[in-house]
Design a protein around this ligand. Structure first.
Ligand code: ADP
Length: 253
């Protein structure tokens, strides 16, 4: 294992998924290195979110395999077991487009829910860790407030803290800024950038190509349920090989 070419933390092979007649993923391969930041980009409906949700067991693919380094190997198609899916879910944490916070719980209660209820960690320890994480994103003062009392940007920062509190191997972001007013996008992107700089491994679905260019170690361009091309941002986003990528990138950058 060399620092320039570390073993992948996550490997996805031949992932397929249909919803009825709609073949949404047509054999997706993907690999994420330790500390890597993979940006999934592409037109709406190309299957990006379905890939992300599959990594977290929120969507069950029809075929293919997901392997976590030193952890679960889940083979779909032949019937992934409940235990395998639970192990898969344990490895990653998702930050959702619409935050998905519990409206009737305070910020702190939202953050400790997973660690205490799902992971069965001691409550006092979960609270201590939640308070520390909230402090890091500038929300220490908001811990006893309810989601509706916060701005969208603040709610999404809570969404990020909630994911971090699960101590995942992999962070998944599903268009984390697309529900935000433009003036609130920056505060969320800067938290994501800090996490990337700290070495968190992440997969990010985003329309923010300028941001992807800045933080991603690898950009994966999807269209029509396939990976059209992937590589470093300076290649895929500046000088793509494929015409389909070129058209998409030129429209957005
Ligand atoms: P993207 O994230 O690239 O916009 P998605 O993965 O969200 O693409 O969706 C890909 C396709 O799958 C779309 O045609 C969408 O309508 C369809 N799709 C996604 N989720 C479901 C679902 N739960 N049921 C039926 N169709 C779905």
């Amino acid at each position: 294992m060399s620092p320039t070419n570390p073993e992948p933390v996550l490997k996805v092979e031949g992932l397929r998924k249909s919803f009825g007649d709609n073949e949404v993923l047509r054999s997706i391969d993907l690999s994420v290195a330790q500390g890597g930041v993979v940006a999934l980009v592409g037109p709406s409906g190309s299957g990006k979110t379905t890939v992300l949700r599959s990594l977290n067991g929120l969507e069950i693919p029809d075929a293919g395999r997901i392997t976590f380094d030193g952890g679960p190997v889940v083979n779909f198609g032949s019937g992934a077991s409940k235990r395998e899916l639970a192990a898969l879910r344990d490895r990653s944490a998702m930050v959702f487009q619409h935050y998905n916070l519990f409206p009737h719980k305070t910020v702190l209660e939202n953050v400790i829910e997973g660690p205490v209820q799902v992971q069965r960690r001691p409550k006092a320890e979960a609270i201590r860790e939640a308070e520390e994480l909230l402090g890091r994103v500038g929300l220490a003062e908001k811990k006893d407030q309810y989601p509706h009392e916060l701005s969208g940007g603040q709610q999404q920062r809570v969404g990020i803290v909630r994911a971090l509190a699960l101590r995942p191997t992999l962070l998944l972001f599903d268009e984390p800024t697309s529900a935000l007013d433009p003036e609130l996008v920056g505060e969320v992107l800067s938290v994501i950038k800090e996490l990337a700089d700290e070495g968190w491994t992440m997969v990010l679905v985003t329309h923010e190509l300028a941001f992807a260019r800045e933080v991603a170690t690898e950009v994966v361009f999807m269209d029509g349920g396939v990976v059209v091309e992937h590589g470093p941002p300076e290649t895929v986003l500046r000088d793509p090989r494929e015409e389909r990528t070129r058209r998409f990138v030129h429209r957005l950058l």
